[in-house]
Ligand binder design. Structure first.
Ligand SMILES: [Zn+2]
Length: 486
């Protein structure tokens, strides 16, 4: 997936060259650690990576003593929604992401305005934030902008014309889904997103679904892992779940914007008893062999998975005190926290039995992720930050790392999901994914060996973003700036 427009914001300022001296550089391909290695950054590009670079020959160089530190490519949150909020929250979230070592993100919802602004170089993203790697136009939602097959085709074409990098499906009926998919593929535009219940997962994968988000979400993938697949899904996909108010555009878009904003806090709050029954049927009959068959199928089809386990977990275990006690909540404003608490209160209205089903479902989502990883299904790290309850931007990707580790994914694979795999997915291995000359100077410096333990991926001691070095103190400043606004 190549970004169709490279103008992702205002032009980056040129910074003095940076020499990271005596670091251990980690090769993300196989985990090899190259000790006592220097990394020279000029402009926004890595110029040299080798032992013994003579800094004296580089005019105006800033030498950073990197002894004892590990250098890896900057992390990429491959599922997020930081752009399109109020300017204040957008800047806060992007700076928080950088403070946690995130130098790139895949924006997972957009608008025609966003696409036009990007094309005009008028996005106004902060320099001290990650790069916008790719973005769609508006999400496809039945009945909002994809009520019928014809309308879905028109919507896909509009987004293509406005320069969308891909089409993101959110909530659509099966007919609409396959019409949108056919049109996107005809235009050569990747299609990604959700496979709402009732959509044939295997058919969508075979026809060309570039990435499936949140392991579905819901029951779809699980129906493929049950010997009673059709029975599991019975009654699903009966119709759209979003009610359209009787207003004309553009009022309807504004109103829908508010509806969607509330809905995304915790979509599981809208689960009805029939949905729960379907989930129960799925969890009761989960079959490892069928899960492995599904994995093989995704590998064959080249269908990527972005499990966003932290997003799935914060939905299904919404009142887990671990979330409400996260020290990183201090970076969030009172209004946001209030909405998260409200969503949690709503969640607690579910019966104990229903909540037990959600918990079992989460255990199986971990299990499924582990099976996918073992089989070699291509996967990406994403957190679904900005909009989701208890998902604190930046911090959330680290929580995703921990969940992936719980699923049995090794530290190196987790690192790969956030770096090299992201580059492969985007078709950007020429500029991203490894610490090598010619690549973008987007780097993370770590205090401990990231190949040894996922815990060490959290130990960010510095970041290089577009050639500018942010020592730990600068990252603290970014975090405190968010806290001061809260
Ligand atoms: Zn999302």
């Amino acid at each position: 997936m190549t970004t169709r427009s490279q103008t992702a914001g205002r032009p980056m300022q040129e910074h003095q060259p940076v020499l990271l001296r005596s670091a251990t550089v980690v090769d993300t391909r196989d985990g090899t650690r190259h000790r006592e290695t220097d990394v020279l950054v000029r402009g926004a590009t890595i110029a040299e990576v080798r032992p013994g670079i003579d800094g004296d020959g580089v005019q105006g160089v800033r030498v950073v003593d990197a002894r004892g530190l590990y250098v890896v490519p900057g992390y990429n949150d491959m599922h997020g929604h930081p752009v399109g909020q109020s300017p204040r929250h957008q800047t806060r979230d992007l700076e928080l992401m950088l403070a946690y070592g995130i130098t790139g993100f895949r924006q997972m919802s957009g608008s025609i305005k966003l696409l036009r602004d990007r094309a005009a170089g008028a996005l106004d993203l902060p320099e001290s934030g990650p790069a916008l790697l790719a973005t769609p136009g508006p999400l496809l939602i039945t009945p909002l902008n994809a009520a019928t097959e014809e309308q879905a085709v028109t919507t896909v074409r509009e987004q293509y014309d406005a320069g969308a990098d891909f089409i993101k499906v959110a909530m659509v009926t099966p007919d609409v889904f396959f019409a949108a998919q056919a049109e996107a593929l005809r235009l050569g535009l990747p299609i990604v997103g959700h496979l709402p219940p009732g959509i044939d997962v295997l058919r969508a994968s075979r026809l060309g679904m570039k990435s499936i988000e949140h392991l579905g979400p819901g029951v779809g993938l699980f129906a493929c892992c049950s010997p009673h697949g059709a029975h599991v899904e019975q009654g699903a996909g009966g119709g759209p779940k979003v009610k359209v108010p009787p207003f004309k555009l553009p009022f309807m878009e504004q109103i829908m914007g508010r509806v969607v904003k509330k809905l995304v806090l915790n979509p599981i709050n809208r689960t009805n008893p029939e949905d729960v029954e379907r989930l129960r049927r799925a969890t009761d009959s989960f079959d490892d062999d069928l899960a492995r068959k599904l994995a093989e199928r995704f590998i064959e089809d080249g269908t990527w998975q972005v499990p966003t386990l932290i997003r799935v977990k914060t939905q299904q275990l919404c009142d887990d005190p671990d979330f409400a006690e996260d020290p990183a909540l201090r970076y969030m404003d009172a209004g946001t926290l209030k909405s998260w608490k409200k969503a949690t209160a709503k969640f607690t209205e579910f019966s104990a039995e229903t909540r037990a089903t959600f918990r079992t479902m989460y255990d199986q989502q971990l299990r499924l992720t582990g099976i996918f990883d073992d089989a070699g299904v291509p996967m990406l790290a994403g957190s679904d930050c900005s909009g989701a309850a208890w998902v604190v931007p930046g911090r959330s990707l680290h929580r995703e790392f921990d969940e992936l580790a719980s699923a049995g994914v090794s530290a190196l694979r987790v690192l790969q999901m956030a770096t090299l795999r992201a580059a492969e997915f985007l078709g950007s291995t020429a500029t991203m994914g490894t610490v090598e000359p010619g690549k973008n100077a987007d780097l993370v410096l770590l205090e401990a060996d990231p190949v040894e333990s996922v815990q060490n991926l959290h130990r960010v001691a510095g970041v290089v973003r577009a050639g500018r070095h942010y020592p730990a103190a600068d990252l603290t400043v970014l975090k405190e700036r968010a806290a001061a606004q809260a």
